[in-house]
Design a protein around this ligand. Sequence first.
Ligand code: ZN
Length: 271
Amino acid sequence: MSHQRIKAFVLQSKAFGQKDRLLHLLTEKQGLIVAMAYGAASGKSQLKAVTMPFVLGEYEIFSYKDRCTVDRGELVEPFLPISQDIARLTSAAHLSEVTLDALVQGICEEGVYKLWAYSLYELCNGEDPTLSAQISALRLLSDLGYAPWLNDCVLCHEDIDEGAYFGLRESGLICPRHKSDDSIYISYAAISSLLYIVQTDYELLFNFTVSERVRSELLCFIERYLEEKMEKSYSRLKLLEGFDSILKETALCRGADVEDSDDDTDVKRLM
Ligand SMILES: [Zn+2]
């Protein structure tokens, strides 16, 4: 039986019964903690704001026989823009899904907490939440031991001067001589961006710009890399792409500005 006070990001907050919420909390020193917040879904509860997804809070947690309950909580940072914008919210939900899949409960990876802090800040303020979430997801997998090999050909170690192929099974760059049918072509600019993503300090992680073409390459590469490493397909960002194109089409039909569209309608389905 123990009480502790601990800072954590809410990676996931699921309704449990009528009034309770089950939280997946990311802490710096103890990794993932799963805790029940009784009554948190009721309108009057003081826990309501601190148990929203993607906030940073300081929680009083009571543990007894592997079961944790959140007794109290104070909001440290609500990251409000995330809950107010469907692209930011969906991107955060995607990153959360990858993080929960990649982290083993009870094992602490201190870097992940720091990476989440920089990533949430970027998801709040950056101009391209979709790309930011995928950059974070790739960095997360790399830091957990699944970094792609990007220095030279993973099979013969021949230098790669221009564009190259990437072997998903081999988890690394492949020279033209060794490419197979399922290798993905990847430009030199995209390779440089990937190297930057897996190597740079967290505080500089989002400090680079890419052309629209390289952005598409990165998104496509990271999506397939995640799929290969995690052995599952992540659909949230695809939903967002579909939603985005529907919005654009609707806007074109109406002759309206896409920026003025109401983005809030489909939040529940995406979460
Ligand atoms: Zn080779």
